[in-house]
Write a protein that binds this ligand. Structure first.
Ligand code: HAM
Length: 419
């Protein structure tokens, strides 16, 4: 058998030490912000029927065309590791008859998602999102509230150089009219466009707005803009969303070239980008999806939500210097005899039961090695267990006293309460 090292798959990573603390902080802030606004936690399965995403996210999207991790179960059913959270939440809304609850139903999640993308900094094949979805109301206040909550999270996490881009896609009908006009514009200028854009004119013309190709960019400058094609009702909805963001003091730029990579959006769309991220500038985004629940066999139900990438939030904010947990007591042994090791082990167990953060020597170090290790861990006290007594050393003052071993915990606790 080969003994070559086995590495984590490309595009995945281990969460270690300090990163755990930063993630926990992000999770707890998300919970406080979202649950405070009436969002309830939901967790859906890691995999779903492939059809859920094919139908919901859209057959022409990159996600469905080439980024899904799809497998077959023993019975020949096609399953897919969830690439996003909105379609599963809508599926759950229908499956659990949530339209019978008070509307809107507000749900949030913090889960891992899977996309077979080209891995690079900030872009992973398994990544995490915090997301929020509000189903059952088309009130523009739902849109504005959701955006305000994401903005609060961004601010509280200290995301740097963030811009909120905002637009409206209008209804499916007005978008269809616009699409034709855009396609005509692209066909008329085919000679100046990148080949990949020409190849996608019929499939997904809006993606041309995302291109970095100079010729394509020039053509897009004069392209018709979707915002000019909105119906009066959709334009009014968008105006109200903007007004509410204004009164909430959330800055944004209206960007009619904003393209989202998922097909289900209607009306409001938005994205937070941060220049601190480099190429992968999207920190979070979302929008309204008024037809999605119905597509899954539910009653006609409007929806609105967003998701933000955990890795990208953490990459784009100043590193949080989370101090390692305080260590109150380190239990060492004068020498490594079986009896002393047992006494030390019992002392450490009792100290933990008494509520003291305690570590014990586990690597057979010499007494000097034990003290320097305890110092490196930042221990406040070191108990050096000897035959019939224990020396308790205060690592800050350097002072020490010799005690009966069973009084050590009491001495540390007393010193603790005097602090
Ligand atoms: P999305 O824009 O595809 O939207 O993803 C949301 C966020 O997830 C992105 O802004 C980014 O921070 C993060 N993200 C996406 N792909 C990756 C990746 N490969 N590696 C690291 N982070 C990534 C959605 O997923 C929609 N479900 C959002 C939504 C909710 N719309 C309405 N409700």
């Amino acid at each position: 058998m080969s003994d070559a090292k086995i590495k984590a798959p490309r595009g995945t990573y281990d969460v270690l030490g300090e990163q755990v603390a930063a993630r926990l902080q992000l999770e707890s802030r998300s919970r406080t912000i979202l649950e405070g606004a009436g969002y309830e936690r939901i967790e859906t399965p890691t995999f779903e029927a492939t059809e859920l995403f094919a139908r919901g996210v859209g057959a022409s999207t990159d996600i469905v065309r080439k980024e899904m991790f799809t497998l077959e179960d023993g019975g020949g059913r096609s399953l897919t590791l969830r690439p996003e959270g909105t379609a599963p939440v809508c599926r759950a809304y229908v499956e659990h008859g949530m339209h019978k609850r008070r509307q809107p139903v507000k749900l949030w999640y913090l889960s891992s998602f899977f996309r077979h993308e080209r891995a690079q900094a900030g872009r992973y094949r398994q990544f995490w999102q915090v997301g929020a979805e509000a189903l059952g109301s088309e009130d523009p206040a739902v849109d504005a509230e959701a955006i305000v909550l994401l903005n609060t999270l961004m601010m509280e996490m200290g995301v740097r150089d963030a811009t909120l881009r905002l637009s409206s896609l209008g209804s499916v009908e007005s978008r269809a009219v616009y699409r034709e006009r855009l396609q005509a514009h692209l066909h008329a200028n085919e000679g100046d466009l990148a080949a990949e854009i020409v190849a996608r004119i019929d499939l997904n013309p809006l993606r041309a707005f995302d291109s970095d190709h100079p010729g394509t960019r020039a053509v897009m400058e004069t392209a018709p803009r979707l915002l000019d094609f909105l119906s009066a009702e959709d334009a009014e909805h968008f105006a109200q969303v903007r007004e509410l963001l204004d009164v909430a003091g959330v800055p944004y730029v209206v960007d009619s070239t904003l393209v989202r990579g998922l097909d289900y959006y209607t009306r409001t769309v938005f994205e937070y980008t941060s220049t601190a991220l480099g190429a992968q500038s999207g920190v979070g985004g979302g929008g309204r999806y008024d037809g999605l629940v119905q597509q899954f066999g539910g009653p006609s139900t409007p929806g609105m939500g967003w998701a933000a990438g955990i890795e990208r939030i953490l990459l784009s904010c100043d590193p949080h210097h989370t101090a390692p947990a305080d260590l109150e007591l380190f239990v060492a042994v004068e020498e490594h005899s079986a009896t002393l090791r047992k006494t030390a082990f019992a002392l450490a167990s009792r100290a933990r039961s008494a509520g003291l953060a305690t570590q014990i020597e586990l690597a057979g170090r010499s007494l000097r090695g034990e003290l320097s290790h305890a110092g490196a861990l930042g221990a406040r006290y070191v108990a050096i267990v000897g035959e019939g007594h224990t020396v308790l050393k205060n690592m800050q003052s350097g002072g020490q006293e010799t005690l009966a071993t069973d009084t050590v915990i009491h001495a540390v606790l007393r010193a603790h309460s005097d602090l």
